[in-house]
Design a protein around this ligand. Structure first.
Ligand SMILES: Nc1ncnc2c1ncn2[C@@H]1O[C@H](COP(=O)(O)OP(=O)(O)OP(=O)(O)O)[C@@H](O)[C@H]1O
Ligand SMILES: [Mg+2]
Length: 291
């Protein structure tokens, strides 16, 4: 493969992604409850092309639920999600499949198949969604592995590589079909700070070099400040904050402040409930009663 090809293909892709009109993702009135638990409460927002969006919020606030609705892995109670102008929840099967080809997903576990090599894992979505000849698929796979710095590991099996390499392989697979949008659910979970930096740089580079729109769920504060063009904070079923990382730093919102400072006390009450529980247990033990 010539070096020019490596450079020109992404550039062409970048132009294609950025030339399209309208927001990459448009959410209107999105609601979802599980029983009495209203996890997504009438959410509406647009995400523009070619930017990195971080979705953050306390554990259990609904980040993964939101992600599942954005990728049409789950049906909402109400509202719509448009990907590139197509409402993926009301679209017919064909339109939905077409829309799904526009995005890639890096799941938390990277979710590689252990019986296949890294290269075969990356080839899988291309084989599934296209009828391209194997030689073209091989070229695409090689390109994607080079992009994430995994060219050398193409023929290794997932159990032979480290957690960080698995994430990079998962990322190569997520971008196998040249998606316009990539969703990441906690891409840094379980990685050391240097590897988190490597993944962050990849997300940033892919976004700028390929014109991809990146939606990243993460708790990692250093990552948020490194990669985000905009941050959305989800809490109580609502987007309670949206702004740049520097807006985040100076926000007066008590929810944002508590989250950034890691305060156990504040409007995010799960830790408070825990504190109350431990207080009660200690109190009970102190009074000579077993809890
Ligand atoms: N399929 C389901 N059935 C019932 N409740 C669910 C289901 N999926 C999620 N929930 C609930 O919805 C809420 C949001 O869960 P979700 O996994 O989206 O949170 P999260 O923000 O991704 O949390 P974390 O940071 O821990 O990954 C939680 O209270 C969870 O128990
Ligand atoms: Mg989650």
């Amino acid at each position: 493969m010539s070096p020019e090809l490596r450079i020109e293909m992404p550039e062409a892709r970048r132009e294609t992604h950025l030339r399209s009109q309208g927001p990459a993702i448009s959410v209107r009135g999105l609601s979802k409850s599980y029983g009495d638990n209203r996890v997504l409460d009438n959410l509406s927002f647009d995400l523009e092309r070619g930017r990195v969006y971080v979705v953050m919020g306390p554990s259990g606030c609904g980040k993964s639920t939101l992600l599942r609705h954005l990728i049409a892995a789950e049906e909402p109670d109400a509202g719509e999600v448009q990907i590139d102008g197509v409402d993926i929840h009301s679209a017919n099967r064909r339109q939905r499949e077409d829309a799904k080809r526009k995005f890639g997903v890096l799941f938390q576990s990277a979710a590689l198949l252990n019986g296949l090599t890294v290269a075969q894992n990356v080839a899988l979505p291309i084989q599934r969604h296209t009828d391209l000849p194997q030689s073209t698929i091989d070229l695409m796979v090689r390109l994607k592995l080079e992009l994430v710095g995994m060219g050398e590991a193409a023929d290794k099996y997932p159990y032979e590589i480290s957690g960080g390499m698995k994430k990079r392989a998962g990322l190569a697979r997520a971008i196998a079909l040249d998606p316009a949008i990539v969703f990441y659910d906690e891409p840094s979970a379980g990685l050391d700070p240097v590897m988190i930096g490597v993944i962050d740089k990849l997300i940033k580079d892919l976004t700028s070099k390929l014109g991809i729109t990146s939606v990243v769920i993460t708790h990692e504060m250093p990552s948020i400040f490194r990669i985000a063009d905009e941050v959305l904070m989800l809490f109580g079923g609502k987007i309670v904050f949206r702004g740049t990382p520097s807006d985040l730093r100076t926000s007066n919102s008590p929810v944002v402040r508590q989250f950034l400072n890691g305060d156990p006390e504040g409007p995010i009450n799960a830790p408070r409930q825990l504190a109350e529980l431990s207080q009660r247990l200690i109190g009970d033990v102190g009074r000579g009663r077993t809890p």
